[in-house]
Design a protein around this ligand. Structure first.
Ligand code: DGT
Ligand code: CA
Ligand code: CA
Ligand code: ZN
Length: 572
């Protein structure tokens, strides 16, 4: 399948088009839409091309189809080559910094000859930016902060990106190598939203054969180290590090436990073992020379006088104490989720029609799907006018009436404007099944003002859900300045549901914030913010954050049935 490669070329065209002109806002949007659709395809793009079916892909018209064909047959796209010759590729990184954008990136290139992040950093440090017209010392500082954030997360990868790779590696070893047991550990198993490297554990009677299968996987780009029990490779275009440990069967549980971590959790367990006169390490639990436990994780915890602790909780934030008191939460699971309420269709910036989104939700076995397209002030998404929204809602209700199994809810993702008012009037909001409110602009307000802005939006009786509360984008944009304690107090008072947005670069709220919400008695919802049918799969990531936040079924509103959730929104 060459889908990823074709999508990457289309994304690059979109980026470079944005750099080359402010005139045509629509072309980059359509290239991105097509790229997203291709990423989500189950079929190989080559097959679709050979069968003359490219234009059946949502978002692919004749023009884009021609470019895909050229890429597949010649390995290049003329337009992309022409765009690349106009702008250095590093400008795209610059354009993506907070507060920069295409226009500024272009000026930095033309006026300062800056072509990449490193050169920009130098220019900012030397105070050369503030000499440009319209630039202030503060813009220079913001740019430097943006570059630092980018660097701090360099070498880490989004969970949503590496989790499918971890699954593939485990599956590959399970089917092609002589392993007895194989699993991933590390931060991926704890469902941490960003991951440094992958840790794979296996047991086998012939470790050398496992190592061979591991180091010769198709994904591998470089073998760093290859031993019988310990090897390291780099995989994929990003060269993600993957460590493999081959364990003795009697050490499976203790090895998996050790390499799942986190480190603080491990250290506390080891202290408990010491107090019991035992020694705990990755090979097992020992009394003197004698191994007393280690074959399973349950065995390890039990020997230390504890019940099994779920991986997502193992961060030493009170889980060991709770375990000792028999007070661990009964964590929500993916199977408990009955629907998704934050999704977009092709009427705004999504790729698929509402019928396609509904079919995908039905295939997941959901009871309901909420459609929440954007409001008008978000111009880049083609937000819906009041009139268009009414037509859309009628269409959604119509579909739902005809559908016996999967029900649709008519919602909106309504912008919270700078002053905390909402982008649609109450007369429009009151007719929807539910209203999501979110911040998509004016990210730089000071904490007090920003908190009051969001509080004002939550105080609108029609607002049901506060989406992606911090608005962070991992590695790209810092959280807005919010007094989270106060937000949670107000949410508890007003009965506002707070979102765990599962989109991979958002993961917002994260685990600790979700825990804070729960402690304030706030209800949460796990949503994907899907822009294609394939994005509905992100639910698993959001449930990971919910579990990191100690949430149980009763804390998460989209574990309710269709009737229950309708009544819930209607009665609040
Ligand atoms: P990452 O890869 O940075 O996202 O985070 P982890 O948690 O996967 O960390 P990694 O890959 O360095 O190590 C995997 C696990 O091994 C970690 O979660 C806990 C364990 N571990 C690593 N170093 C130490 C250590 O010095 N002491 C203890 N007790 N455990 C460690
Ligand atoms: Ca790791
Ligand atoms: Ca590691
Ligand atoms: Zn959204």
């Amino acid at each position: 399948m060459r889908n990823e490669e074709v999508a990457a070329a289309l994304y690059e065209i979109a980026d470079l088009l944005e750099l080359s002109s402010d005139e045509d806002r629509f072309r980059p949007i359509s290239y991105r839409r097509a790229a997203r659709a291709i990423e989500g395809l189950a079929e190989a793009i080559e097959d679709l091309a050979n069968q003359g079916r490219l234009e059946q892909i949502p978002g692919v018209g004749r023009g884009i189809a021609a470019k895909i064909k050229q890429h597949l047959s010649e390995g290049k796209i003329d337009e992309l080559a022409a765009l690349r010759s106009r702008f250095p590729p590093g400008l795209v990184d610059i354009m993506r910094l907070p507060d920069v954008g295409p226009k500024t990136a272009r000026r930095l290139y033309l006026e300062l000859k800056v072509t990449n992040l490193e050169e920009l950093r130098k220019a900012a440090e030397e105070g050369r930016l503030r000499r440009l017209k319209g630039f202030k010392e503060r813009s220079e500082q913001n740019i430097l902060k943006g570059i630092q954030l980018r660097e701090a997360t360099k070498g880490r990868f989004l969970l949503g990106y590496v989790l499918p790779i971890a699954d593939r590696i485990v599956e590959h070893l399970r089917t092609t190598a002589p392993v007895d047991k194989v699993a991933y550990g590390g931060s991926v198993r704890r469902m941490k939203e960003s991951v440094g490297d992958l840790d794979i554990l296996a047991t086998a009677t012939d470790p050398a054969a496992v190592t061979k299968a591991f180091t010769s996987m198709p994904l591998v780009r470089e073998v760093i180290m290859s031993g019988d029990t310990k090897s390291t490779v780099l995989v994929g275009p990003e060269r993600i590090q993957v460590d493999l440990r081959v364990l003795e069967p009697r050490s499976w549980g203790s090895g998996l436990q050790y390499f799942t971590g986190n480190k603080d959790h491990n250290i506390k367990l080891r202290t408990i073992a010491q107090k019991m006169g035992l020694k705990l390490n990755e090979y097992g639990i020992f009394r003197g020379e004698e191994q007393v436990a280690g074959a399973t994780e349950e065995d390890v915890y039990r020997t230390l006088g504890l019940p099994y602790i779920e991986p997502e909780l193992r961060e030493d934030t009170g889980e060991i104490e709770a375990a000792a008191q028999g007070a661990l939460p009964n964590l929500v699971t993916l199977a408990d989720i009955k629907g998704d309420l934050h999704t977009h269709t092709n009427l705004t910036d999504g790729v698929n029609t509402l019928e396609q989104m509904a079919a995908a939700a039905r295939a997941k076995g959901y009871e309901y799907l909420g459609i929440s397209d954007h409001s008008p002030s978000l111009r880049v998404t083609g937000g819906l006018s009041e009139e268009h929204l009414r037509i859309h809602v009628a269409h959604i209700r119509e579909y739902s009436k005809r559908s016996p199994d999967l029900k649709l809810l008519a919602g909106t993702e309504c912008d919270i404007l700078g002053d905390g008012s909402l982008d649609y009037p109450d007369s429009v909001l009151k007719d929807l099944d539910y209203v999501i409110a979110s911040v998509h602009s004016h990210f730089k307000m000071p904490e007090k003002e920003m908190t009051e802005r969001v509080v004002r939006a939550m105080s609108n009786d029609h607002v049901d859900i506060l989406a992606h509360p911090t608005t962070r984008k991992i590695g790209q944009r810092e959280s807005i300045a919010l007094d989270m304690e106060r937000i949670m107090e107000v949410a508890a008072d007003a009965g506002t549901v707070v979102e765990i947005n599962a989109y991979p670069d958002r993961m917002d709220l994260n685990g600790p914030h979700a825990k804070l919400a729960k402690e304030h008695g706030v209800k949460l919802i796990v949503d994907t913010d899907s822009h294609t049918t394939a994005h509905l799969d992100f639910m698993r990531l959001g449930v990971g954050s919910a579990r990191r936040g100690w949430l149980e079924t009763s804390d998460v509103v989209n574990t309710m049935s269709y009737e229950e959730i309708l009544t819930f929104f209607a009665s609040r």
